[in-house]
Design a protein around this ligand. Structure first.
Ligand code: SF4
Length: 329
């Protein structure tokens, strides 16, 4: 990791309009991604992790909007840009890898055509140079027989190969920020491992920052430098990967850890987090996690006051009344 900030999100708030009423989906989200750093946002479905990336990419659905806060890419504010302006950043300054590569690859065009077009558009090279560079990028992501792969269509390739090709295409534009939203979820475990190893290796090569979204703590352990845990649209914990995995502080993070099956023990020790994830229209006074928290009865503030983020050790933050109490007795 370097000190150079690629992405800086500050005090981000976003709402979705549902039946003429606006509901908050992100509340005061702040984080930074540096060059050569992978920041993972983790949490259950609906926690706000994908909405955060949609805000960064300027791809919120029509019923969503950013109401407050700032998103800076290489020091340039993105929240004020219109669709045309932000489109210029997508694909060039920020590259995106999604769970299903077919959403980004054109099924009617060969891999070679798509890679060449991308290189000619973003790197300003001629067709012949683009052809050579495309082969180099395919080699870089570990695709053998690159010249013959170039002649194939996406449907002729496996999911793992398609994901590698999408990564090659994204990298070939030399983005400063790579946004990966559950890129390995649809892949089997062996291919998933290969793609994660590839991204880890490419991080330095690319000299870019990676914002990685996942619900899978196993993936987080493999790839993250820093981890942000979201619950119901709020950041509840942030720390280095070591801090989060060796001494998680927030009961929700601890619940996520306990919910991961231990393959050596047939998953017998797995403890799912009790209760249901709240929907966005639900009003929960105090800490949003209190209906599911095993410690909520220990503190009268849990049902009354929203806990604020507190630094519990250098670089490690948690939003929980009990954590606060222990640190500031
Ligand atoms: Fe649980 Fe209370 Fe901490 Fe919320 S503030 S996580 S309810 S102990």
């Amino acid at each position: 990791m370097t000190d150079e900030k690629v992405l800086e999100v500050n005090g981000l708030h976003a709402v979705f309009r549902i039946q003429k009423k606006e509901y908050e989906v992100l509340h005061d989200i702040s984080f930074t991604v540096h060059r050569n750093e992978t920041v993972c946002i983790v949490g259950e479905s609906g926690c706000g992790k994908s909405v955060t990336t949609l805000c960064v990419m300027g791809l919120l659905p029509k019923n969503g909007r950013v109401t407050e806060g700032s998103i800076q890419l290489d020091g340039n504010e993105l929240t004020h840009l219109n669709d045309d302006q932000i489109r210029k950043y997508r694909g060039s300054k920020m590259g995106m890898i999604f769970q299903e590569p077919m959403t980004a690859l054109n099924p009617l065009l060969t891999i070679g055509y798509q890679l060449r077009e991308n290189l000619m558009l973003h790197r300003g090279v001629d067709k012949k140079t683009a052809e050579q560079m495309a082969i180099e990028y395919l080699n870089k992501v570990g695709i053998a027989n690159a010249p013959s792969r170039m002649k194939q269509y996406p449907f002729q390739l496996s999911g793992g190969l398609r994901q590698r090709i999408l990564i090659a295409m994204v990298l070939s534009a030399q983005p400063d920020l790579l946004i990966a939203d559950e890129p390995t979820t649809a892949l089997d475990v062996t291919i998933q491992k290969q793609v994660l190893t590839l991204l880890n290796g490419l991080k330095k090569d690319m000299n870019a920052g990676i914002l990685f979204i996942t619900h899978d703590l196993g993936v987080v352990a493999e790839i993250a430098d820093r981890v942000i845990v979201l619950y119901a649209g709020r950041k509840v914990e942030e720390g280095s990967t070591e801090q989060i995995f060796t001494h998680p502080a927030h009961p929700y993070t601890i619940g996520l850890m306990n919910a991961v099956p231990d393959v050596d023990k047939d998953g017998d020790d797995m403890e799912p987090i009790p209760g249901m994830f709240p929907n966005i229209t639900e009003v929960i006074p105090g800490c949003r996690f209190n209906p599911r928290c095993p410690h909520a009865a220990e503190c009268s503030l849990c049902k009354q006051e929203v806990p604020s983020l507190t630094e519990i050790e250098p670089g490690h933050y948690a939003a929980c009344h009990l954590v606060k109490k222990e640190v500031q007795p």
